[in-house]
Design a protein around this ligand. Structure first.
Ligand code: SF4
Ligand code: SF3
Length: 545
């Protein structure tokens, strides 16, 4: 195996024996083969589109499969194998549709578009199609950067899709870009172009998801979220899927079972639509990597709707459920919605009733809900505070949290920031500083949480609005600095989206991606001023100039 798609990759270079995330060698290889299969399907999808053939089942399959391979989503070998089998089938159906429409199948198609094998030979095939199959390190770097951006796009597209929002332009781009990663004649410049174009679609997909979420559940609003517990049996829901949460809340009404959020589900509390559920108690715990302790002390069943799942401990494995693209061998899975129906959470609810209430690990509350609508509602106050000098600078500290010790930097950085600065956050990165009680500036909290990682879109909307209000030419003239923490591939698309919007001088940590070759990193440094982090003291000097 060779995987270097996340920030915690072994030795900062690549996982080669087993993933630091717990992904086994055969699952890693099979995920590579699934991506390879998607690239082959995409070759035909691009040709089919030229003939006016667009197959919704192909779009959906590619989207879900990309999401399946995101870090900490699916560790279940059999699910990946089944996807590859389905992919080969869909690829051939698409090829037949092209022939039927009068298209000619090229004689020199890439192996990705022609290979086939029984499931028993997948692992053997997988060994030759991974990341290292691209020998030139710069081309490899660009292809992987693009692919990881596409995984992020696919994840957000899937959430929007679940709420019946889709955009065919996004699917067409995913297919075009996947097919391009097979093209050995494509110059590096063209690949760089596709990486930047991915940023454009990153903005579009986050805007689409924002529309899906806010139209369905209302605009997030200033909310205090309880972090303590009540004395009822309860279910913990994690991941990013709001539709799963909604259906769980509906199905738990009147059962005596409470519902708590974990990790990236925390921002669900900010949406008006979920406030009517009296059993929606609060948020339990912190970011994903603490689940091994927090799932244990929660005592009740836990449902993972998306990443991040870590390999479960025996102490709670029988209380754990996956759904959607998430999977882990030996963990119960809630099947997809049958047409027009809801998911069936009855098994989880029945198990919850037999479990003791959660053990309290914290008390108090945290404040959030500062997505674009809420912040713009406070715009006058914010603009006034900037004009009067009460707020000197904003720090966008969006992205991910993670298990490595060097992420303490972000807690220390947040604490060391001068009192006249405000943190704008989104994603699970917030857990490093959302309980620090950093105070407020004239009633404006010093940590403004917009929501999940995809709600980084809100931070961009806010920045663009401030640019307009202050009559500036360029978003980089605003008193906003970017100190972003990344872990998985959704953070990659958030970064590419910010670059597309013209944001310069983003600091990215705790380490730069292993998949950036020195030359590709140089392109990002020279064109966008991307930099890493050093230590709090020196970085503060740079940021505060
Ligand atoms: Fe390693 Fe990250 Fe890949 Fe897991 S996802 S195998 S930790 S690089
Ligand atoms: Fe977190 Fe996995 Fe990235 Fe959505 S839940 S931000 S790491």
């Amino acid at each position: 195996m060779f995987c270097f798609q996340c920030q915690e990759t072994a030795k900062g270079t690549g996982c080669t024996i087993k993933g630091v995330c717990g992904k086994t060698e055969n699952v890693a290889n099979l995920q590579d083969l699934l991506i390879y299969t998607l690239k082959g399907i995409s070759v035909f999808a691009v040709q089919a589109r030229e003939l006016g053939i667009v197959k919704p089942e192909i779009n959906k399959f590619i989207m879900e499969s990309l999401f399946t391979t995101i870090t900490n989503a699916n560790f279940d070998r059999s699910r990946i194998v089944a996807r590859i089998e389905e992919g080969l089938k869909l690829r051939d159906e698409l090829k037949q549709a092209i022939i039927k429409a009068g298209g000619t199948i090229a004689a020199d198609l890439h192996d990705a578009a022609t290979w086939t094998a029984p499931a028993g030979e997948f692992e053997q095939k997988a060994a030759s199609v991974g990341v290292l199959a691209t020998e030139n390190e710069d081309v490899r770097s660009l292809r992987e950067l693009l692919t990881y951006g596409l995984k992020g796009i696919a994840a957000y597209a899937e959430h929007a899709y679940t709420l019946a929002y889709k955009d065919d332009g996004i699917f067409a781009f995913i297919e075009k870009a996947l097919a391009a990663t097979l093209d050995n004649t494509l110059p590096a410049d063209a690949l760089v172009g596709l990486v930047l174009e991915a940023g454009k679609y990153g903005v579009e997909v986050m805007a689409l998801l924002d529309k899906a979420n806010t139209t369905t559940y209302g605009n997030p609003e200033l909310t205090k979220v309880n972090i303590g517990v009540r004395n009822n049996p309860a279910i913990l829901i994690s991941g990013h899927d709001l539709k799963d949460l909604e259906e769980l809340l509906i199905q738990t009404q009147g059962t005596g079972v409470d519902v708590y959020t974990h990790g990236e589900m925390l921002p669900a509390h900010y949406y008006p639509a979920f406030k009517k559920y009296e059993n929606f108690v609060g948020n339990y715990g912190n970011a994903w990597y603490k689940q091994d302790k927090e799932f244990e002390s929660f005592n009740g069943p836990i449902v993972l709707t998306t990443n991040c799942l870590i390999p479960p401990k025996d102490s709670y494995k029988d209380r754990l459920y996956t759904t959607g693209v998430v999977g882990f061998e030996g963990v119960k899975h809630i099947p997809e919605r049958a047409d027009g129906q809801t998911k069936d959470f009855s098994a989880i609810i029945a198990q919850a009733k037999k479990c003791p209430p959660p053990t309290e690990i914290e008390t108090g509350e945290i404040v959030g809900g500062f997505a674009h609508n809420q912040v713009l509602a406070l715009a006058d106050k914010v603009v006034e505070a900037v004009k009067s000098g009460a707020i000197k600078r904003f720090f966008v500290m969006a992205g991910c949290d993670g298990r490595m010790k060097n992420r303490d930097y972000y807690a220390n950085f947040a604490e060391a920031l001068p009192k006249d600065t405000v943190i704008l956050t989104a994603g699970c990165a917030k857990y490093k500083y959302n309980k620090l009680n950093l105070g407020d500036i004239g009633g404006i909290p010093r940590v403004l949480d917009a929501g999940q990682c995809n709600d980084s879109y809100s931070l961009a909307v806010i920045a663009l609005k401030l640019k307009e209000v202050f009559g500036l030419e360029d978003v980089n003239q605003l008193p906003i600095s970017y100190n972003i923490a990344w872990y998985e591939q959704k953070a990659v698309i958030v970064l590419l989206a910010l670059l597309y919007l013209g944001v310069k001088n983003i600091h990215l940590g705790p380490t730069l991606p292993a998949f950036l070759s020195p030359n590709v990193a140089k392109v990002l440094v020279e064109n966008f001023g991307i930099a890493g982090i050093t230590n709090v003291e020196d970085d503060l000097k740079i940021f505060l100039g």
